[in-house]
Design a protein around this ligand. Structure first.
Ligand code: GDP
Ligand code: MG
Length: 458
């Protein structure tokens, strides 16, 4: 892959004080603890960002997350869009509580790749590091990091940093590029007003491109605005591409109109929803089973909302179980098919599970209904059946509408529709699509109507 197309985001994870911020400083030259309070207290509270120059000259972005349990919600708003995680473990302490919680979150969000980084290796003997590595490996067994490379570093003295850089580059080289031709989607993780300059929002561009002068939609609230200026990694740019850290100056938007968690998107493409259908997993370590309509905190992208979980085929789900459910949100979110989210218990707040969206805009379901469960299982099983299912539900649908509900790009949908049409499952009427079943039913009604008319008016 050429250097110019390699835009990826690296994230940190790990317990507080295990050396994440100092490590990022060593790798990038940037102190990500930018808040005054952070520098005074010496701990990360909010997300920090740093551009990371790779040996071929291209830039990756680094998101430094806070490790302290009080700031997990900030950690969650930064970790969603990353391609590669550095799981940082201090060799003096080994695996700690937030090492475990962060690992669970990474696992639930299905972060693609990771590196285990053992820090502060200057403080202990080599034998000790071997023991710690073994202990950490035990914790990682069965997770996506089971076979992850391990780098031993001292951010203080610089030992192992060059090897870590090389390992990072090797992994980034193997990652597929982000979808630059897909819809624009940038979940906002920070926003502020600069007097005389207007509103600025920042985030990781997950897919698409944003150019100066573009019209974009910010939702919630669902307002269309113009992009006055684009910055990539803190420098002015004409265009921002998927996988880059981006700041946008938006014209005509009040600061009070936006919040962390809102999304900058291609106008008309995404919808806000107050409920969605999902498969949810309750982790084995959750303190108690999850009951019907239990309140939870739901984190998706950079957003955090309270929600209730409507279990559809049971009154209670046990730890370690995976079920289909309808989630009712207390305030609207941009949700997309296949998006992943985290759920945390209402009080005390701990991570209890996560899930993946099956249908971002479903009807309200009745419980204990075989037809509902069957339809959801079908929706989950594939893109083709999702489309057939949606068409069956909605009747006559335009391509654009299908694009919005499925979250698939126009090209992908067109290809799927053509396949489905060839398999005689859907057909086209003008600029709309229907299932063959619906079309046949309509045909029958039409013929019957005409026949009965002829009978009555021979
Ligand atoms: P974070 O909470 O994970 O971001 O941890 P920090 O990066 O803020 O580091 C916490 C403390 O560990 C600081 O006092 C650092 O100076 C210290 N520290 C970090 N890396 C190293 C290292 O490689 N060697 C030693 N001796 N100390 C380190
Ligand atoms: Mg830190």
């Amino acid at each position: 892959m050429s250097a110019s197309t390699r835009y990826h985001i690296i994230g940190t994870a790990g317990h507080v004080d295990h050396g994440k911020t100092v490590l990022i400083n060593k790798l990038t030259g940037i102190n990500t603890d930018r808040l005054k309070e952070e520098q005074e207290r010496g701990i990360s509270i909010d997300l920090g960002f740093a551009p990371f120059k790779l040996s071929d000259g291209s830039m990756a972005g680094v998101v430094d997350v806070p490790g302290h349990e009080k700031f997990i919600h900030n950690m969650l708003s930064g970790i969603g869009g990353i391609d590669l995680v550095l799981l940082v473990v201090d060799v003096n302490e080994g695996v700690m509580q937030q090492t475990r919680e962060h690992l669970q979150i990474l696992q639930l969000l299905q972060i693609p790749r990771g590196i285990l980084v053992l820090t502060k290796c200057d403080l202990v003997e080599e034998d000790w590091i071997d023991i710690v590595e073994e202990e950490v490996r035990e914790t990682l067994a069965g997770t996506f990091l089971e076979k992850a490379p391990c780098c031993r570093v001292s951010a203080l003295h610089g030992d192992g940093i060059a090897e870590l850089k090389q390992t990072i580059e090797e992994i980034l080289d193997e990652l597929p590029p982000r979808d630059e031709d897909g819809p624009t989607r940038l979940p906002i993780d920070r926003h502020f007003t600069i007097s005389g300059f207007g509103t600025v929002v920042t985030g990781t561009l997950l897919s698409g491109r944003i150019k100066v002068g573009d019209t974009v939609e910010v939702l919630p609230p669902g307002e269309t605005v113009r992009v006055r200026e684009v910055q990539v990694h803190g420098e002015k740019a004409e265009v921002a591409r998927a996988g880059q850290r981006v700041a946008l100056n938006l014209a005509g938007l009040e600061r009070s109109d936006i919040m962390r968690g809102a999304v900058v998107a291609t106008p008309g493409f995404f919808t806000q929803t107050e409920r969605f259908d999902a498969r949810i997993n309750l982790i084995k370590e959750a303190p108690r089973p999850l009951k019907f309509r239990d309140p939870v905190h739901l984190h998706m992208g950079t957003a955090k909302v309270t929600a209730r979980v409507a279990l559809l085929d049971r009154d209670e789900m046990k730890q370690g179980e995976s079920v289909l459910a309808q989630i009712h949100l207390d305030s609207p979110l941009v949700a997309h098919r296949q998006d992943r989210f985290i759920i945390r218990s209402y009080s005390p707040m701990t991570t209890i599970g996560g899930g993946q969206i099956i249908d971002p805009a479903p009807a309200k379901h009745k419980r204990y209904r075989d037809d509902v469960m069957k339809a959801l299982t079908e929706l989950e099983s594939g893109e083709g059946s999702f489309i057939v299912q949606k068409l069956a539900e909605l009747g006559c649908v335009k391509l654009k509408e299908l694009e919005q509900t499925s979250g698939l790009g126009r090209e992908r949908i067109t290809a799927l529709l053509e396949n489905l049409a060839a398999a005689d499952q859907v057909s086209r009427i003008g600029d709309q699509w229907v299932t063959v079943e619906t079309a046949r039913a309509w045909q029958r009604v039409l013929i019957e109507t005409v026949e009965s008319y002829h009978r009555e008016n021979p």
